[in-house]
Design a protein around this ligand. Sequence first.
Ligand SMILES: Cc1cc2nc3c(=O)[nH]c(=O)nc-3n(C[C@H](O)[C@H](O)[C@H](O)COP(=O)(O)OP(=O)(O)OC[C@H]3O[C@@H](n4cnc5c(N)ncnc54)[C@H](O)[C@@H]3O)c2cc1C
Length: 478
Amino acid sequence: MNNQNTNAVPPDLLDVVIVGAGISGLHAARLLRPDFRIAVLEARERVGGRLCNHRFANGETVDIGGQWVGPGQDRMYRLIGELGFETWPLYDSGDNLLWDGTRGRRYRGTIPRIGPLALLDLGQAMARFERMAKSIDPATPWTHPRAQEWDRQTLATWLQRNCKTRRARELFAIGIGAVFAAEPEELSLLHALFYARSGHSLERLLSVTGGAQQDRIHGGTAGLCTRMAMELGDDLHLNAPVHSVEREPEGNLQVHFEGGVLRCRRLILALPPNQALRIRFSPALPASRDQLWQRMPAGSCIKCVARYERPFWRDQGLSGQVTSAEGPVRVMFDNSEAGRDSGLLMGFLEGETARHYSGVDPEERRRDVLDCFARYFGEQARRPLEYVDRDWSSEPWSRGCYAALMPPGVWTHYGETLRGDDAPIHYAGTESATEWYGYMEGALQAAERAAGEIREALRYSVDSTSLMQRRTREVPRV
Ligand SMILES: Cc1cc2nc3c(=O)[nH]c(=O)nc-3n(C[C@H](O)[C@H](O)[C@H](O)COP(=O)(O)OP(=O)(O)OC[C@H]3O[C@@H](n4cnc5c(N)ncnc54)[C@H](O)[C@@H]3O)c2cc1C
């Protein structure tokens, strides 16, 4: 048995520091805290990261970041139950609308009603895509026999070759926008296939009932994070952006943040790559890690929500779901919370449209978004009681969403680096997940992997008596 002496551990040395109190960092903290002396450092004045509530004037809250959970996301449902929260199904009755420029055509299910030729074309392309995705091992996409070929091309190139009709291409691209908050030309085909596979299938990612948009959480996803944060007490430091990490000669780490320094034996970075890239490491991390992070840009999305006295569109037999080639809002949902009177309509501005509207005056943005809502649901939609939107690309501690993208060449050249550790530095965050990459479920899976690595590494050097003593002490600041 390795008998590293815990008495030799200097008193100001923590076992683990976790950078980032998004759902991934919080979950890792929850897993490690019973056995190790930890601290969590969060840059913002709140926890949750890409999960965030907006409170309307009537006291009602709405998720203005990530919100849905669905079948196959077992960790999320378990966590929701453990923390005493409940889910409700997104309103998914009535007809969806496909806006074709002049009018809305009603349809049910995931695939809109389009001409027979385009429908056949779309159906064949989707089936081909799903077959290819299914053949990928999401733990090692770069090992697929056709990985090089698929990673050399963008999804747009593949669509051009595999969708013969403009209409089918257009609809496929709207679906891609909704899933990635990006344009098909921004993604490697291999990444698109991996992403679909990691969330089971593209159809599941696009669907409401039975899919990734099935359920919402009473109290919001940010509520979950707040509850997890409460368990951490003084071990959580808000307004504490980490700017550098230095390794001491004997291998421990100094984590420098605005307001102090913590020392630790292991570090978890539970951050999106674009944030990790801003931290200075001494000595530098392996070049492949830094180069990988440089190649993982975030998608672009503005989430827009309007609150009405009631969900009036339901009177016309409409579900509130829209697919539109015209935009600027191309995808919409009924976001009303079950059990409340208010009606909420939610729409996304994604990819190039989000980038355009990021630079537009907020009043003009609101006007253009509500113009869209009115086009789809009538004049009543133009006059909500309240309106809110959140431009995630302008959030300095996120710089985009829903997750980081892989342009061509990244998976095949850097895939192996993504989830490996650089001990004593370990990586969590949804971008290092193999299952449900980009989703909350992926953030939990990645946290579990990172916590497992730490547990394994510190296994022989922790004795429970000293842990009991250590847990009663305050988090030190050097
Ligand atoms: C509009 C939108 C809609 C989405 N929809 C869904 C959905 O319906 N379902 C779903 O499952 N997922 C959805 N997502 C994605 C989901 O939100 C993310 O996958 C998940 O929240 C990622 O969690 P994370 O902990 O990995 O990262 P983050 O939430 O990004 O957490 C990282 C944390 O690190 C902090 N940080 C950054 N830099 C530093 C630093 N230097 N020092 C200290 N702290 C730092 C950040 O402030 C942040 O709190 C959506 C996201 C958005 C924005």
